[in-house]
Write a protein that binds this ligand. Structure first.
Ligand code: ATP
Ligand code: MG
Length: 338
């Protein structure tokens, strides 16, 4: 039986953070290690350039950072095709054909795009490439015939738009593209981990992150200054755990579910101080980050190995994507010389 194909990626706009870990990375590695799927994972540099065109160095430098983070979390190049988006020109070519299948009104209505435009303060100065990134995402996903796309909640509207593009293409040119499905984590916190500020989602662009590469002292400081329930002033006061980022983090990260439930109940009842809960959260985070940091050290000292992995991954990715592109052009009828 053919294995289901999985595709996911990250924008190299900064180092990877805990939101990525719970929202996507953890699940990616689990799927990879189950050997039940054919995995493609990529670094979305072309997409990251859409809102960073004037600052390419940031993107170029972060390609390496994101690669090191991903390998440190457990992406295994022997099991997963790991590559850089711009290294696969077939994706850009597919994007060009898909651009014509979506109208401006639909793009502007996409709630994620709307939020990201607001977050970046774009208004009418929005780069056209950024507005159309759901379309390039359709190219990325369909190029690999992906059936499954593990993402965080913010990407659901983008994936819905991708499905519409697939549908339109297949209706217009005949069955050509595979219809993808998205998978999101099962807890609310893991689908959209809030930032340490408790307001927006943890996001590289918002500067409210705990990075996978943060050292223990940085993690401690970030957790200790995290927002909690503002009305929980004295230890004996009953506290709110809902919308309390410290508890959302624990829910998303803590493996010991019994302990989590106990802490939650105790906090709601009163008598449990923020400092105690935060200290436990630091322990939970450290348990996750310690092995990642160790592997990171290795790759930081072997950067040439990282580039070699990506280069080989690019070759495999081009092979697969060029088959899809060929099929697309045939079905569109623009294969003039065959
Ligand atoms: P940027 O701010 O540049 O968009 P980002 O922090 O949102 O960066 P992306 O590279 O856009 O990170 O996201 C990669 C993947 O991680 C996506 O599937 C996204 O849904 C998921 N993800 C990102 N942030 C979170 C979060 N806070 N909680 C859960 N999943 C997340
Ligand atoms: Mg994002």
């Amino acid at each position: 039986m053919n294995k289901k194909i999985v595709l996911t990626g990250d924008r190299p706009t900064g180092k990877l953070h805990l939101g990525h870990y719970v929202g996507s990375l953890k699940n990616r590695v689990k799927m990879q290690d189950s050997n039940e799927y054919e995995m493609f994972v990529f670094i979305a540099d072309t997409q990251a350039l859409t809102d960073n065109a004037k600052n390419p160095k940031k993107i170029i430098d972060n390609v390496l950072e994101v690669a090191i983070d991903s390998l440190s979390v457990g992406i295994d190049p022997n099991k997963t095709t790991y590559f850089i988006q711009s290294d696969v020109p077939q994706l850009t070519e597919l994007n060009m054909y898909y651009l014509n299948l979506v109208n401006l009104g639909r793009l502007k209505r996409n709630p994620t795009i709307k939020e990201e435009i607001k977050q970046r303060g774009f208004g009418l100065s929005i780069p056209v490439g950024f507005l159309t990134y759901p379309i390039s995402q359709a190219a990325d996903i369909t190029a690999f015939d992906a059936n499954l796309v593990p993402v965080g909640e913010d990407q659901i509207p983008i994936l819905e738009q991708v499905c519409e593009i697939v549908n339109t293409f297949n209706k217009t040119y005949g069955e050509t593209l595979v219809m993808p499905e998205y998978i999101v984590p099962n807890t609310k916190g893991a689908r959209r981990l809030p930032g340490t500020d408790g307001k927006q989602k943890m996001s590289k662009s918002a500067g409210n992150c705990i990075y996978l590469s943060d050292d223990p002292e940085t993690v401690r400081k970030k957790v200790m200054s995290m927002y909690t329930d503002p009305n929980h002033i004295k230890v004996e006061d009953p506290g709110k755990t809902e919308n309390n980022p410290v508890f959302i983090y624990l829910d998303a990260l803590c493996k010991d579910r019994k302990k989590y439930e106990e802490l939650k109940q105790h906090y709601e009842q009163g008598g449990l101080g923020d400092v105690t809960v935060k200290k436990y959260l630091i322990e939970v985070i450290e348990e996750i980050l310690t092995p990642i940091r160790e592997k990171r050290k290795y790759y930081e000292e072997h950067k040439e190995e990282v580039y070699e992995i990506l280069k080989k991954g690019g070759e495999k990715a081009r092979e697969k994507a060029s088959k899809t592109l060929k099929r697309v052009k045939e079905n569109m009828g623009i294969n003039y010389f065959e």
